[in-house]
Design a protein. Structure first.
Length: 277
């Protein structure tokens, strides 16, 4: 009986493996007040040709540990206290997806799909492409990225402590590794380096902001201050990102991150670009 069951199971697995399938992958992220992006989980959606599907969510606990309750209240529908390596939902749409993506019965579904240049509903893909921000929390879904930082010397990262701290924190917050001969940061020591570098970065930022404010006040007193200087962007890099945004490869949040500006600034610059075209 056991041999018969194992034989049937092997045949079933082989049949599933032969089926055509669609796989969509994303990173569940959030952004803090300093515009650091935290990858709190990876999510994979697999749809087979027989219409069976599965969602796999893999939390990044070493990143979650870095976050305050005001920024992160958990991933809806998952009990993270269980510390599972993966949370699997077979033929069930996870709460995280269903509460922020349109359902197949929504009246304006085709308008929403058209805005994201999609021909059919794939809820995870829609979340990756849309500019719509869910109001219930700070979480959003982006394309998978690898922000591993490998350098021979930390000096390669810049000549100011704020710049160096920021580049290290960008990798630490995203859950990837920093690799160098004298410094290695990973899951085992992520929290310690995060606390140290975030404190240094915050102090440096406050110092630079205070100097900037003092300079503006002094210029205004002399009648020389003409308002905030327009942020300079690399023309070729900006055009490439505008093209990716226009062709729905990335959303406005990801585009702004790549340019190092806020979402509102990106959208304003993009409108200027379209008007001139």
């Amino acid at each position: 009986m056991i041999k018969y069951f194992c034989h049937r199971l092997r045949n079933y697995v082989k049949e599933v493996d032969k089926m055509k399938k669609l796989v969509t992958q994303g990173d569940i992220c959030l952004q803090d007040e300093y515009n650091f992006v935290y990858k709190v989980a990876e999510i994979v959606y697999t749809l087979w040709e027989n219409e069976n599907f599965v969602y796999e969510i893999k939390p990044n606990y070493s990143v979650i540990e870095l976050l305050d309750a005001k920024d992160f209240q958990g991933i809806p529908g998952l009990d993270l206290d269980l510390k599972k390596e993966r949370y699997i939902r077979e033929n069930i749409v996870p709460v995280f997806i269903s509460e922020r993506a349109p359902s197949k019965n929504r009246e304006d579904l085709w308008e929403l799909l058209k805005e994201c240049d999609m021909q059919y509903l794939n809820q995870l893909e829609w979340l990756i492409r849309t500019d719509t921000q869910y109001s219930g929390d700070k979480l959003y879904v982006g394309r998978p990225e690898d922000k591993t930082l490998e350098v021979e010397s930390i000096k390669e990262l810049g000549n100011r402590s704020a710049v160096i701290c920021r580049k290290l924190l960008e990798t630490i917050c995203y859950g990837d590794k920093v690799i160098s001969p004298l410094l290695n940061i990973g899951d085992e020591n992520r929290k310690q380096y995060y606390d140290l570098l975030k404190a240094l970065y915050s102090t440096e930022r406050k110092f630079l902001d205070s100097r900037r404010s003092a300079g503006i006040a002094q210029s205004a007193k002399k009648g020389h201050y003409k308002g905030r200087t327009r942020i300079k962007l690399d023309k070729l890099a900006t055009q490439e990102i505008f093209f990716d945004y226009q062709s729905k490869k990335i959303n406005s949040i990801k585009a702004a991150q790549r340019l190092g500006i806020s979402k509102s600034t990106f959208l304003r610059r993009y409108r200027e670009y379209v008007d001139k075209a």
